[in-house]
Ligand binder design. Structure first.
Ligand code: H79
Length: 507
């Protein structure tokens, strides 16, 4: 009897459970057990990640042999991303794969770059140790396609790590999983829409030979990552790219084990969500919707607009100065080029939504940072030096998004960074109604950061929702400014009674 009932009950239970897991969307309360999903729910709370969270602004550098053609070859210009020049059709693969023999950046001076980054206000650097072409800017033991075999010869990654670390800028190593130079590398069979619906049936390779060769590529990838962390122990983390191809996605279990191995050898290591998938092929967010690894890498060149879109996760946004050029491209006239104020606005916006902004630089083949980027670094840095308190360590504020710009908050101070100066010179600030019935927020004081002067505040009334408005009177010296400015507010929560007394005192 028991023998008969038990399998039946088990079957029934399984059926009910599986129906339930189909009927209800995967959520925080109904988790599907995963071997290779997120290993942590919610944010990391350790000091290394806390430091990451307070960077505010970073620098990305894309440098490699693609800097030699700089998007042009035989008098023709490619509108392709310059670091993808090998695939542009303007150069043969053979020509491209021999360019390294001419790589001799005689003007390269890591200290000059690091000092410029410091002056710009960058608190971390992400540096391309190896892009998709596979060329290594460090003398890797595992391939000949490295800086050691160029006329230049010296270890560039080491010089970068040393120079930036000396300036107090934390270094993260960019590493492309895609590697066109390795014989075992393979993207896998193309993933069709049907494969995505039936993941378990998807084959990573068309044939056994590619599959066997891919094993050599996996070993090579692991060796290089261990080599990087061994050679450059000062590095704080790894920034992965090129991890979206089927063959790699299929290696979820192997990549997970590798990630754990790297973390064990390098305590505090920070890895973004673009390293590995879970066992169902889900990337960034696992099957349960939890963020894989330490921060969200999905906002590339594309900021979120609301905190809800960030899912409450840590995140960074890496952005280019032209539309989509990461490596050096000689011709920046092809697309819109961001101004320093565009980039400052993106930086403040990112921090108001609890993320970091990272601005990309693409030095040329001689090791020079182009004049346009130097100007951007200088002007961004000038603004950050005066107003950086609104960015570094400053995060989402209780104030909702308003037309004049972005609000951030740090240690009890609210910073209003104003990008749209009102023509009537009254800056209207909406303070939220508190959730407590008898309490509202008031602005206790407001100060212009550039002048240090206290702002005059007019009562702007309330609306039906109970929100309170204040009009900050912009004085002549602020009206004259032709750049974004910051107002520091002290907000106070007071009871209705105190609020009445406060209003009385104002009259
Ligand atoms: O390193 C930068 C890019 O090269 C890399 N990620 C950033 C940080 C990246 N690799 N692939 N992609 C981004 C997305 C793929 C874009 C492509 Fe294309 C579309 C490849 C070919 C067509 C963009 C447009 C690159 C060449 C033309």
């Amino acid at each position: 009897m028991i023998m008969k009932t038990t399998p039946f009950l088990t079957f029934l239970l399984c059926t009910l459970l599986s129906v339930q897991s189909i009927a209800q969307p995967a959520g925080k309360t109904n988790r599907i057990p995963l071997k290779h999903g997120a290993h942590r729910i919610g944010k990391r709370t350790d000091p290394d990640m806390q430091r990451w969270r307070e960077y505010g602004l970073g620098q990305f550098i894309h440098w490699g042999i693609y800097a030699i053609p700089g998007g042009q070859w035989n008098g023709k210009t490619s509108s392709y991303a310059a670091e993808w020049f090998r695939s542009s059709g303007l150069i043969t693969h053979e020509e491209y794969d021999n360019l390294y023999k001419n790589f001799n950046p005689k003007h390269f001076d890591a200290t000059r770059w690091a000092k410029q980054a410091k002056q710009m206000g960058a608190r971390y650097l992400i540096f391309t140790t190896k892009h998709h072409d596979g060329f290594c800017l460090w003398p890797s033991k595992y391939t000949n396609y490295t800086i050691a075999n160029t006329p230049y010869g010296k270890d560039i990654v080491k010089q970068i790590v040393d120079a930036y670390t000396a300036e107090g800028i934390d270094v993260y190593l960019y590493f492309s999983i895609i590697d066109w130079s390795h014989a075992g590398y393979h993207p896998g069979a193309p993933i069709t829409a049907a494969d995505r619906l039936n993941w378990a049936g998807y084959t990573a390779f068309d044939n056994e030979e590619d599959k066997a060769r891919y094993e050599t590529f996996k070993t090579f990838t692991r060796n290089q990552l261990i080599e990087l962390l061994t050679n450059y122990p000062e590095a704080k983390g790894l920034w992965f790219d090129g991890s979206w191809e089927g063959a790699w996605i299929k290696e979820a279990a192997w990549a997970d084990a590798l990630g754990e191995e790297l973390r064990a050898m390098h305590p505090g290591l920070i890895i973004g969500s673009r390293f590995r998938a879970d066992e169902n092929g889900k990337r960034h967010e696992d099957t349960n919707g939890d963020l894989i690894d330490d921060y969200d890498q999905r906002f590339e060149r594309n900021l979120p607009n609301t905190l809800a879109q960030t899912g409450g996760n840590d995140w960074d946004c890496v952005t280019t100065i032209p539309e989509n050029q990461w490596g050096y491209h000689r011709d920046w006239s092809l697309t819109y080029v961001k101004t320093p104020y565009d980039l400052i606005e993106m930086t403040v916006k990112a921090n108001s939504l609890n993320g970091n902004l990272v601005i990309n630089f693409g030095p040329d083949g001689d090791g020079n940072i182009r004049p346009e980027e130097t100007r951007i670094a200088r002007e961004t840095g000038r603004w950050m030096a005066a107003n950086g308190d609104a960015v570094y360590g400053a995060h989402h504020s209780i104030l909702e998004k308003q037309d004049w710009g972005y609000a951030t908050e740090k240690d009890g101070t609210t910073y209003l960074t104003v990008f749209n100066k009102p023509v009537n010179n009254l800056l209207r600030v909406k303070a939220p109604r508190s959730t407590e019935k008898d309490q509202v927020y008031v602005i206790q004081s407001a100060r212009f950061r550039t002048t240090g002067k206290t702002a005059a505040i007019k009562d702007g009334g309330r609306d039906k929702s109970g929100a309170v408005y204040y009009d900050i009177v912009l004085p002549a010296e602020i009206r004259k400014l032709e750049e974004p400015f910051v107002i520091e507010l002290k907000l106070k929560q007071v009871s209705q009674k105190e609020k009445a007394a406060y209003q009385q005192a104002l009259t």
